[in-house]
Design a protein around this ligand. Structure first.
Ligand SMILES: Nc1nc2c(ncn2[C@@H]2O[C@H](COP(=O)(O)OP(=O)(O)OP(=O)(O)O)[C@@H](O)[C@H]2O)c(=O)[nH]1
Ligand SMILES: Nc1nc2c(ncn2[C@@H]2O[C@H](COP(=O)(O)OP(=O)(O)OP(=O)(O)O)[C@@H](O)[C@H]2O)c(=O)[nH]1
Length: 447
């Protein structure tokens, strides 16, 4: 996903801007190796276009140039990761040496840089932005996060500069993802959920090969496992096979490692402790799964500890669905690693979910479904004109992504897109996989 990083010296209002952009959404801490300060990240959208926004955090509470080395290191890390930058500066203080330092680093990249001159709380102060042209960037916006001014214009410009989605999607596919012999599985979950036990239950008596797959990070160890002719590759199982003694705080949960496994996986198994139900930490991991559009299974472990009553399981399922409402496609399976309950079922579900993620839908079938859904519930109007979906086509690769050509992409509100998504899942047999709907202006095609 397109990633926009907020950078700037301390106290200019980076966090205020970040919070204004994400609104009521939740941010999670992103763990980047080598970075000294926490980074907050959230997926958000503007005019229906999703993107990621990162708050690179404050650096050091000092206004001397002593913090320059830190800033340099942190921003240089982000130069690779982000697709665009918002350089926040303080319009009341004016241009500082530290701003220039940061600008110098940002000039190393070709990626777009937007200068947000913050604390312009009064339109009369807009002239304060001119001195910032010295930084060498021409997209400069007066904003006030406190007065809620200027942020929309800034976001409009950012969105406009995002390269067209289809090209992006195709570029991803060029990395040539093909359906391989192995299903790469990440077993993730909070400490003590039972990941190690579950892996052992899966491996059972059968001898698993522990392999060091070349090209992956040096210290990861993956485990190959084969059952009834289907090969599975369990990712990063070193920590699961040999217990590590890391004391995760209750508040802080390091997602770095988990994130790496999730990114690599074909299917993510999120292990949840049945006695606790879905917790805040599970929610954080689930957000990552969703963010990377990963097929997933929610394995509710330790059911041997619960009384064998249908209503209890039902209530647990409801709690999990509510808490992890943004992963509606992930099947829930109740398992016990200890008593080996439903282990085969879990493996079969991994295969099923994997196959759905690779499913190809014919253009005829897709367009009949789109037509049917528009007839059942017509899209709303936009600026007095009826919205229309002309036709759709599936993009290459997984998970299923559909490009829909419409008259006004910006007019389609989230609830109608959700309606389409939910019902396309049913009509196309994609209930267990994430899916992307990309709305595109039909006229762009002709440009
Ligand atoms: N007047 C005014 N003050 C603002 C505005 N935005 C932020 N501030 C104030 O500026 C100060 C710093 O804001 P933060 O958002 O914490 O700045 P930051 O860049 O994230 O700071 P660090 O975490 O130290 O790097 C706070 O006291 C804010 O209230 C604004 O638009 N106008
Ligand atoms: N009753 C019961 N206990 C289980 C089950 N699965 C795991 N446990 C217990 O839960 C505890 C944690 O299990 P682990 O497999 O070490 O959990 P983990 O998720 O790998 O933990 P970390 O390595 O800390 O991330 C151990 O005491 C296990 O014996 C289960 O199905 N039933």
């Amino acid at each position: 996903m397109y990633r926009v990083a907020i950078v700037g010296r301390p106290n200019v209002g980076k966090s205020s801007l970040f919070n204004r952009i994400i609104g009521k959404r939740k941010a999670i801490v992103e763990d980047i190796p080598g970075v000294t300060r926490d980074r907050l990240i959230s997926t958000t959208d503007w005019r229906n276009i999703p993107f990621e926004i990162v708050d690179t955090g404050g650096y050091i509470q000092s206004d001397t140039d002593k913090f320059a080395p830190y800033i340099r290191k942190e921003i240089e890390k982000e130069l690779e990761n982000a697709d665009a930058f918002i350089l926040v500066v303080d319009g009341q203080t004016g241009l500082t040496e530290a701003d220039k330092d940061i600008a110098r680093i940002l000039h190393k990249t070709e990626k777009p840089v937007y200068v947000a001159v913050n604390k312009i709380d009064n339109p009369e102060k807009e002239d304060n932005i001119y001195e910032f042209y010295e930084l060498g960037f021409d997209k400069i916006f007066p904003i006030s996060t406190i007065q809620k001014m200027g942020v929309a214009d800034l976001l409009d410009q950012i969105i406009e500069d995002i390269p067209d989605y289809e090209r992006e999607a195709l570029k991803e596919n060029k990395e040539k993802e093909t359906k391989s012999d192995f299903i790469k599985v990440a077993l993730v979950g909070k400490p003590n959920a039972g990941k190690s036990s579950l892996l052992n239950a899966i491996l059972g008596e059968e001898r698993a090969l522990v392999s060091n797959i070349p090209g992956t990070t040096r210290d990861t160890v993956d485990t190959i496992f084969e059952k009834d002719g289907q090969k599975f590759l369990f990712l990063d199982t070193a920590g699961l096979r040999k217990k590590k003694n890391i004391d995760y705080g209750i508040e802080f949960f390091s997602v770095g490692r988990t994130l790496e496994s999730i990114k690599k996986a074909d299917v993510v198994v999120l292990v949840i402790d049945a006695e606790q139900g879905a917790t805040e930490q599970d929610q954080k991991i689930a957000h990552l799964i969703q963010k990377y559009y990963k097929p997933a299974i929610i394995a509710v472990n330790k059911i041997d500890r619960l009384p064998k009553r249908k209503d209890i399981l039902k209530a647990l399922e409801t709690q999990i669905r509510e808490k992890l409402y943004f992963l509606p496609y992930a099947p829930i399976i109740f398992v016990s690693a200890k008593k080996k309950i439903n282990i085969d079922k879990l493996l079969n579900e991994i295969i099923e979910v994997y196959n759905q993620a690779w499913k190809r839908v014919g253009t005829g079938k897709l367009n009949r479904a789109l037509k049917q859904l528009q007839t059942l519930q017509a899209p709303p109007t936009y600026q007095g004109k009826p919205l229309k979906i002309y036709y759709g086509t599936q993009l290459e690769g997984k998970p299923p992504a559909f490009l829909l050509f419409v008259n006004y992409p910006q007019g389609f509100k989230a609830n109608y897109v959700k309606y389409l998504e939910n019902n396309l899942r049913k009509l196309l047999g994609l209930e267990k996989t994430p899916m992307k709907l990309i709305l595109r202006d039909r006229h762009i095609e002709k440009k």
